[in-house]
Ligand binder design. Structure first.
Ligand SMILES: [Cu+2]
Length: 145
């Protein structure tokens, strides 16, 4: 009975959700780091634009939506109130650009971990996604938070 209910729920959500998430991944964290960055591609099949308005994860106290802005020679991160996903288009979160910021992570993100995240869209509503933790890369020297 439980499985049947879940199956119906999945069918129902995929029927009206025209947003797909591709390659969700997060960066492994350095020892002692309390933040981690997450990236993905959001594809919108719908003829109307949507908007990613926020995210939550049990792995972090909160998940913020950030962009990088160039401040002279320094790249800084800034919090924004979500991202637009164009109709029949895509939004790419990638290193050096827009990203999800996991703040106050409960434990380090290690390569191979899977981080559960719930994404909230204005129209597509909530989507559950698992972010795969990739390799730790040394951040660029001029990258300041
Ligand atoms: Cu950030």
């Amino acid at each position: 009975m439980k499985y049947l209910a879940l199956g119906l729920l999945l069918m129902a959500s995929s029927a009206w959700s025209q947003v797909e998430i591709e390659k969700p991944w997060a960066r492994a964290t350095a020892p002692g780091s309390k933040i981690a960055a997450g990236y993905m591609i959001v594809r919108n099949q719908s003829a109307s634009a949507d908007r990613l308005v926020g995210a939550t994860s049990p792995a972090a106290a909160r998940v913020e939506t950030h962009v990088h802005i160039k401040d002279g020679e320094i790249m800084r991160m800034r919090e924004v109130k979500g991202y637009d996903v164009p109709a029949k288009g895509r939004l790419e979160l990638k290193p050096g650009g827009a990203h999800l910021m996991f703040v106050d992570i409960k434990q380090p993100f290690k390569e191979g971990d899977r981080i559960p995240v719930v994404l909230s869209f204005e129209k597509a509503k909530e989507m559950k996604v698992e972010f795969h933790v990739g390799r730790l890369a040394a951040p660029p020297a001029h990258h300041k938070h």
